[in-house]
Design a protein around this ligand. Structure first.
Ligand code: HEM
Length: 370
């Protein structure tokens, strides 16, 4: 991707993070929709479209999706819902035209054993994005106007989670595309099983959240947690030895912490330690690790997909990513001074991974250690 386009995403990602700290200065205003939708829908959604089109430059459709999703985030923040609804229909049409052109209307490749896992996850990511956009439109219409469905959680903020799943699925598509072919039937079955458990599990999980059934949420989230751990094990065993593996392994590490904090958030309800404060802290950490750890790594790998190996010390840069995501950003949610340190540290991290040059091949033709 061109340096100019990377610079645009560098700014959007940093602005999205800054909105996560604005409550320190404007406590009466809710910036979550900008903080979250600029990252998962605007940045993540646009890169799913960009990756699907497979061009090095932004096509008209990718540009329309990028600008519209940016405006959608602003209208949903300003609660100008009729405009948000109109734009979400445009987003839906853009995603569907691109998905149907690449994979056809019906997702046959889900059921085709010859189809690659990466292609299945890619198709699922596009389908999840278009269904998510359509559902979020109904959620706005139901919550703001018609009040037909009695679900308290069927509202726009529940798509903080909803718009993160397509980015998760495209990251899993990249993870499975950098894995060796299944060496045995068992591995093949485990790969297919993880595809179905993750996709069906996420849909069931979303329905249980709408019904606010904590015990069912706990059961399905434990199944998702073990499936995520299985993907980690398969990637460790079958992942190609390359620089991307370090970043994607770090990403799955974040996903496991996401699952643990997600399960802990539900489990807290069943204990005596439940207080709204404790619950908020766990939910905040869950949100940050899932978005600025797991989702963001997928976004970085797509942004630099053709540039690996990149000329940087992967271990040091990944450590910086973990320190800012696990410690500094959560602390920044609660302490303004930490918000400043978190923004600078995170800014340095994202600048290095987005703008460092590709590593040159040394004279003896070997690619130096990453
Ligand atoms: C096993 C895995 C997971 C579990 C158990 C889990 C659990 C939860 C629960 C219980 C909620 C609160 C829902 C509510 O009642 O409002 C939630 C919210 C959320 N989850 Fe997860 N989740 C998981 C995976 C993920 C993943 C993979 C992502 C993103 C990529 C994610 C991102 C979010 C976000 C953004 C929210 C909204 C937080 C907020 O409103 O502040 N979660 N999750």
């Amino acid at each position: 991707m061109s340096e100019k386009n990377r610079a645009i995403f560098f700014c959007i990602i940093l602005i999205a993070l800054l909105f996560g700290f604005m409550h320190h200065f404007f406590p009466e205003i809710h910036f979550e929709r900008l903080h979250i939708f600029l990252l998962n829908l605007c940045t993540g959604g646009t890169l799913i479209i960009y990756l699907t089109e497979g061009k090095t430059i932004f096509s008209l459709k990718t540009t329309v999706f990028f600008i519209s999703s940016f405006i959608y985030a602003i209208f949903s923040f300003l609660e100008i819902y009729n405009m948000a609804i109109a734009i979400s229909l445009l987003l839906f049409v853009v995603v569907e035209t691109i998905r149907i052109k690449k994979f056809g209307f019906f997702p046959y490749n889900f059921f085709d054993t010859k189809s690659k896992m990466a292609e299945k996850f890619h198709n699922a990511s596009l389908l999840c994005l278009s269904i998510g956009i359509l559902l979020s439109t109904f959620a706005i219409i139901n919550h703001e106007y018609l009040k037909l469905l009695p679900f308290r959680k069927f509202e726009l903020n529940t798509f903080f989670l909803g718009f993160s799943f397509p980015v998760s699925l495209i990251t899993l598509s990249i993870i499975f595309s950098t894995m060796k072919k299944a060496p045995s039937n068992t591995h093949k079955i485990l790969k297919i099983l993880s595809f179905w458990i993750i996709n069906v599990g996420v849909i069931i999980f979303f329905i249980f959240i709408l019904f606010e059934s904590f015990i069912l949420e706990l059961i399905i989230s434990l199944i998702l947690f073990f499936t995520v751990a299985l993907v980690f094990w398969m990637y460790y065993r079958l992942g190609f030895k390359e620089q991307r593996k370090l970043f994607l392994s770090s990403a799955i590490g974040f996903l496991n912490i996401t699952a643990i904090t997600g399960v802990a958030y539900i489990f807290l309800y069943f204990t005596n330690h439940y207080t709204p404060e404790n619950s908020k802290i766990i939910k905040d950490i869950h949100r940050i690790v899932s978005l600025y750890g797991w989702n963001l790594t997928g976004i970085i790998v797509i942004l630099r997909n053709n540039d690996f190996p990149i000329d940087l010390n992967s271990y040091r840069i990944i450590l910086l990513h973990w320190i800012s995501t696990i410690i500094l950003i959560p602390a920044g949610y609660y302490f303004p001074a930490m918000a400043l340190i978190a923004t600078i540290t995170f800014g340095v991290f994202i600048y290095i991974v987005l703008f460092r040059k590709t590593k040159t091949i040394s004279m003896d033709g070997k690619v130096p250690e990453f």
